[in-house]
Design a binder for this molecule. Structure first.
Ligand SMILES: [Fe+2]
Ligand SMILES: [Fe+2]
Length: 374
């Protein structure tokens, strides 16, 4: 991939300098923009974002120096530096028109270009001024990446006119999230700090899916299993569409009838998922079992069997995120309090070893980001 990115950077450089020499509409410029776009778009089918940073005399992509760094450093990257830009992230969805317009900017005088020349799928950033080398430009930490995930989750949950979710969209979201989990161990978890939301929202969905994916990876499951768990995590509360918002958001104690209505959501969700072609069977199991506990408490009644490991994984992520979120009937709980509540169920409601793994490897990242956000 680094060679293809290097070629894309060289094509962008040729386009910018070709523009200087020949003017904007010369075929030579168009060809180079088209080539750069083809390379970037090709790589963006394999991952959700591509980023480079300019550090002193190096141009770095994926922690490696670009082979053409010295030439870029005197050319295209120097031009970006003139505009105070030291890093750029390209994200999935980039269009050729967008790239053309963005490249056109670098032929204008610095004072005519906005300080951070961003488009929907191109984000330009400066490196932190503190000299710590902690890049704001890290693609996994950009707001663009979080916003993209939130928009994707929104389309999954609410996009199909109240019909069943589109599995292709779910898989796109899972791919986007899992790339981030794998590459940066929970770097998208800052979303977990947005505490004000209903349970059936994009933020809760993303948080649960990211934490469940991270935990499934820590358990050592293979990539197909992790994928199925992530799909199940995204769709775990689908059955809540059937429950009136008045009940879901009721501040006071629920009546028996209201509680019964809520207890239907796992079965309703599982039934809906079964109607979706190619739905991984485990995702259906997760929807059905995510409120079942190991000791037979929870709902629906387990009839003497343990919930599947995949359901247990999603359950920990779900309970943790719910506890850390403002609810109509209580404030968001602190990390310490949420930990205490979950830990008090170790060996009864929840598997003790799974809880250890969750707090040692997954929730530590959430905690880290809480500290950053505070
Ligand atoms: Fe649920
Ligand atoms: Fe949930």
């Amino acid at each position: 991939m680094i060679d293809r990115f290097d070629q894309a950077m060289c094509a962008m450089q040729s386009a910018v300098f070709g523009h200087d020499i020949y003017g904007p509409d010369h075929p030579q410029v168009d060809d180079q923009v088209a080539r750069a776009f083809e390379l970037l778009a090709g790589m963006l089918t394999e991952r959700s974002s591509l980023a480079f940073v300019a550090l002193d005399d190096r141009v770095v992509f994926d922690d490696q120096r670009l082979p053409s760094g010295p030439s870029l450093n005197d050319g295209f990257v120097a031009r970006l530096r003139d505009h105070d830009i030291e890093g750029v992230t390209f994200t999935k969805g980039l269009t050729e028109d967008e790239l053309t317009r963005w490249l056109d900017c670098w032929n204008q005088d610095a004072d005519q270009v906005p300080k951070h020349m961003n488009t929907a799928h191109i984000r330009t950033e400066r490196i932190d001024d503190d000299g710590e080398g902690d890049f704001k430009v890290d693609p996994l930490r950009t707001a663009a990446s979080s916003q993209e995930a939130a928009a994707m989750a929104n389309r999954v949950l609410h996009g199909n006119d109240g019909g069943l979710p589109d599995l292709t969209l779910v898989c796109d979201l899972v791919e986007h999230l899992s790339a981030n989990v794998t590459q940066a161990a929970g770097a998208l978890l800052p979303l977990a700090t947005l505490r004000q939301h209903d349970e059936y929202t994009s933020v809760h969905t993303i948080n649960v899916a990211m934490m469940a994916t991270a935990l499934a990876e820590q358990v050592g499951l293979n990539s197909d299993q992790v994928h199925s768990i992530a799909v199940g995590a995204v769709l775990h509360d689908l059955g809540k569409r059937e429950v009136a918002a008045r009940i879901l958001n009721k501040p006071g104690k629920l009546t028996d009838a209201e509680f019964n209505a809520i207890e239907q959501h796992p079965a309703d969700g599982a039934r809906a998922l079964m109607q979706i072609k190619d739905m991984p069977p485990i995702a259906v199991v997760i929807a059905y079992e995510h409120h079942m506990h190991l000791d037979g408490t929870g709902y629906p009644h387990a009839h003497d069997r343990r919930p599947h490991l995949s359901s247990q994984i999603v359950q920990l992520a779900d309970v943790y995120d719910a506890l850390r979120t403002h609810r109509p009937y209580r404030q968001a709980l602190s990390l310490a309090k949420a930990t205490e509540i979950l830990r008090s169920g170790a060996g009864t409601k929840y598997d003790a070893a799974l809880l250890d793994l969750f707090f040692d490897r997954v929730a530590v990242n959430a905690q880290h980001h809480d500290a950053q956000a505070a």
